[in-house]
Structures are given as C-alpha cells and as structure tokens.
Ligand binder design. Structure first.
Ligand code: ZN
Length: 540
C-alpha cells in the first residue's frame, strides 16, 4: 500500500513538475554503465549529445519532457565499443584490391587474383591477405607460380600482417636496382636472384611502383567500413598509423560529417606529420583527435620479422628485424614529449619490447602519466614484465591474434618463451589496465570475436577445446573494460567516453542479443548504435 501511494505521489508530483526537456530517453533497458561500481540502470535521459541522468524507468520517464524515446525491450546497453588498434586505410585498400584473405592454398590465392583482375583490369594488381600457415607451409612462398599465372602484369600481394609482400618478376623489373642489404628488411633470394619475397623495410623498394587508388574510391570504402563497424556497435577506432595525405582524407570526411566514427589517429613519424604536430599540437576537429605518433620498432612474427632476444626456434642464427635504433626511438619519444603527444610503439618480439620499455623508463622520469603504449606486446620476456608497471607503460593487444597465431607460434619461439606470449592477464595485472583491439584487417572487425578470444582463448570455431594458454585469459568484465573505458583511458579520452555516466557523451550500443558468456561462440550485432546521442545504425 505504501508503495502504491508513493508511486502515485511521485507521478502526480512529476506531472506537475515535469519541466526539464531532453532530446531522447532510452527506457526499459539493461544499461551496463561500466562505471567504477559497475552499476546497471533501466533508463537514461540524453540532451545535446550527453547523458543527463540515469536511473529507474519511473524516475527518468516522469522527470523529463521528451519527444523521442526508445523502448529498448529489455535489451543490453553498453558504452560504444572502441577498437584500440585498427587500420581503416589498409582495410579500404584490401577491399579495393585483390582480397586473398583466408585462402587455403597458393592455387586458391591465384584463382582469386585472376578473378579479381578479370573484372578490375588494373595495370598493376595489388592484393592483401594471404597467410602461408593456412596452406600448411611454415616457410614463406616464392613467386614461381605467380610468374606462371601473371607473366606480364605486375602483381604485388601483401601478407595478412602487411609486413611482407610476394611480387612477381614483372613487378620486380620495375624496380631500378634491388638492394640486398636493407636495414630492417630483407629481400629473399634463390640462386642469387630475388625470389619474390620482400620483408618489412624492403617493402619500401616496392612502394614507388604501387599505384594509389583515387581519393573517391578510398572514401567510398571508408564509408562502407564505417557502416560495418556501427553494425557491430563500434563507435571509436584508434587508427594505428596514418600518413599526412590519409590524415587529410580523414579531416575532409570529418568536416563534411560523412565520417561520424570517433577516430583517434596515430601519426606515422614522417617529416610532414612532425611538422603538423609542431604547428598544431594536440589537434581536435569534431570526432577526429590527433595527439600521438606510431613507432615501428620491429616486424611481425608470421614473417619472422619480430625482433627476439634469442634465435628463432625454427631459424638458427636469426633473431628478426630491427626497424629502429634505440637512439632513433628515444629521439622520437623526446619529440613527442615536446609537442605533448603520446608515443605508441609497435613491439612484437621480446627484444623490441625491451627496447621500448627502456625508452619509457626515461620518459617516466619527466612525465609519469605519459600513457605511452606498446602495440601488440606479443612475446614478452618475463624478466621485463614489471617494467610495464614501474614505468607506466600501457599494453595494447589484440586477443584474436592469440587464437589465430596459436597454430604456429610455438614452432617459432619454442616452449620456454611461450610463458610470456600473448600474456594478456599478466600484462593487465601490471598497470591494472589493458587496451584491446583487432588490428583489422589483419583480423576481423567483429568485437564478439575479441570477447570470445580474450575470455575463453578460443576462436569463433571454439578452438582449441580448452583454450590457448588459458591461464592468460581475461575475465568477462576486464574484457569489456578493455574494449571501452581502458581504451578511452589509453587515448586520454576517459573524461568523455568509455563509461555511461551523467555528463559523459551519449555514445553507446544497444545489443541485439544479450552478451554471451558461454564458451561456445554466438554471433551478435548492434540493434541500435548512437554517437553523441545521434542514431548512426539501426537493425530495423
Ligand atoms: Zn597494426
């Protein structure tokens, strides 16, 4: 009785007092705020792109005047997912070129390239996505078959990680002189001749002969990718390395409001980009924010370019590629500090990671809250682990890499180094935070794959059965934080994004189905995605 009376009184009071107007109310929802207390709410009121108040349905519906409301039908609401490491431009190029992702044999790849070229009729064919481990090969391929299929048209096919390329002889003929000694790179040879494999820094020899797609083509693909991301509830991307012209495209698309995704862009350390940073400092225009550089310290494991402290287990007397000296890295760090930028360093092998950690030790002395990140952090020497905590270094990892690479990783690094491999729990325990992403298009953009890989250490086929290095699994809650709040924190955006709280941006996803906690994968999508209180995707 008391309760009914209370409701009645509240209703009458609010009917009289209901004055404050808002733009939108979401109600009948299960809103996971992911705030410090992990509170859930039924409803939230939104005005001018920000959350005004969260609470029970009765309270929010009675208190505010509104024209728009969404009955969420009991669905789960989360802060919009943020992918802490992706490549919008590589993904656009993948879509524009010959897509050889997932090919299970070299022949399969050649068929796809042929089909592509029959339609596209390009003067030079560029493709991306092959992975020799899917063909049952541990060694990198050579261009014998590619030459047979394409004797005249130059063809350049990037490996899935973008750290190596297979090119045919027609392409190699375009290069004036193929240098053999390249710092941080390799041109593989057979009988004294390049056999078509160019690794890491050697890709620079190919670049002048790779034609650019038109800006219109790229913009069209970027919009398609944005649609895909919104469909998964992804509202933000940390774009891991852009050149100056790519930054220009992003700026144009943000200004004309075609690109609504929140983009945190890391600049490649080119002269033009450094000049931009010097002139602009921390740069923000609408939903694009620039305040970081990307450093490339080593290559990738799949093409044996990651820099290890000891020899590769499958390649004696070989430890990988060093793309930067420690002096160059320290100079770049100093430049970043001068312009107020963060430095996010690609470090995959334990030796590269050690070098980055030592650089961070210096940075920590002058700026303890630098939030410098190590991108990938795939094989960490356990002796170095504590340095993440001691020097305030932020790990930024891709859980789907763990469940993809597990097929071949032990053959490359051996059993003893596996203890520090894809060690996300151990890394998270250092700083208490970890940033999660996908490295798309190396892995799929699908955030539900990330959750499954991080929590159960299984791929979407639920392999391996008991989880890969399961002791390094993150909890469900940690994983969600790693896709929202911690990612926002790793980009200095935690004041506005990453949790759903009054005063923060109304950037969130209403999921089609509840998040799956079980160790068997279930697909999911966004029912509705909102950025700054504006609907950007709806399933219906
Ligand atoms: Zn990447």
């Amino acid at each position: 009785m008391r309760n009914i009376l209370f409701v009645f009184v509240v209703f009458v009071l609010n009917a009289c007092m209901k004055g404050e107007s808002v733009d939108l109310v979401i109600f009948n929802a299960k809103i996971h705020s992911l705030d410090e207390k992990n509170q859930t709410y039924e409803a939230m009121a939104i005005r001018d792109g920000k959350i005004i108040e969260m609470g029970p349905d009765r309270q929010i519906l009675n208190k505010y005047r509104f024209e728009n409301s969404i009955d969420a039908e009991g669905k789960e609401v989360y802060p919009g997912f943020i992918d802490a490491h992706g490549h919008l431009f590589s993904y656009a190029e993948l879509k524009l070129g010959a897509n050889v992702l997932g090919c299970e044999s070299e022949e399969d790849m050649l068929i796809r390239v042929r089909e592509y070229q029959d339609k596209a009729k390009r003067e030079v064919v560029i493709g991306l996505g092959w992975d020799q481990s899917l063909w049952g090969l541990s060694d990198l391929p050579n261009n014998t078959r590619l030459n047979e299929e394409f004797p005249e048209t130059p063809v350049c096919l990037f490996r899935i990680d973008g750290h190596s390329a297979l090119v045919n002889d027609a392409f190699i003929e375009k290069i004036d002189s193929v240098e053999i000694e390249i710092r941080g790179g390799e041109v593989l040879m057979t009988n004294g001749r390049p056999n078509g494999m160019f690794i890491d820094a050697a890709i620079a020899l190919l670049e002048p002969h790779i034609p650019d797609y038109s800006i219109e083509e790229i913009k069209k693909e970027l919009l398609g990718i944005q649609k895909e991301l919104f469909g998964f509830g992804i509202t933000g991307i940390h774009e891991a390395g852009v050149d100056f012209n790519e930054l220009g495209i992003l700026r144009e698309m943000v200004e004309d409001e075609s690109l609504r995704l929140n983009i945190y862009a890391m600049l490649n350390p080119t002269q033009e980009n450094k000049k931009f940073a010097l002139e602009n400092g921390v740069f923000q225009t609408r939903n694009l924010r620039v305040r970081s550089f990307k450093a490339y310290v080593d290559g990738a494991l799949g093409s044996s370019g990651a820099l290890l402290k000891e020899d590769y287990s499958d390649k004696p007397n070989y430890r990988g590629l060093s793309l930067m000296s420690s002096k160059e890295l320290n100079d770049l760090a100093e430049f970043c500090l001068d312009v107020g930028y963060q430095l996010n360093s690609h470090g995959i092998g334990d030796s590269a990671i050690s070098m980055i950690l030592d650089m961070c030790a210096n940075v920590y002395k002058t700026k303890p809250d630098h939030r410098f990140r190590i991108e990938h952090a795939q094989v960490v020497d356990l002796k170095d682990l504590y340095k993440f905590a001691d020097y305030g270094v932020f790990p930024s990892v891709q859980p789907t890499h763990a469940t993809t690479d597990r097929r071949w990783i032990e053959s490359k690094i051996g059993a003893s180094r596996m203890k520090g491999a894809y060690a996300y729990k151990s890394l998270k325990n250092q700083l208490g935070m970890i940033a999660l992403g996908t490295d798309f298009p190396v892995e799929y953009t699908n955030p539900f794959y990330t959750i499954h890989s991080a929590v159960h250490r299984m791929n979407s086929q639920n392999e391996p059965a008991n989880g890969f290095l399961i002791e390094e699994a993150l909890s469900f809650e940690e994983t969600l934080k790693g896709m929202t709040f911690w990612n926002a924190f790793s980009a200095f955006e935690e004041g506005a994004l990453g949790t759903l709280e009054a005063g923060k941006k109304a950037t969130f996803v209403i999921l089609d189905k509840p998040l799956n906690r079980k160790p068997s994968f279930r697909s999911n999508f966004s029912w509705k995605t909102y950025i700054d209180g504006r609907l950007v995707h709806s399933l219906e």
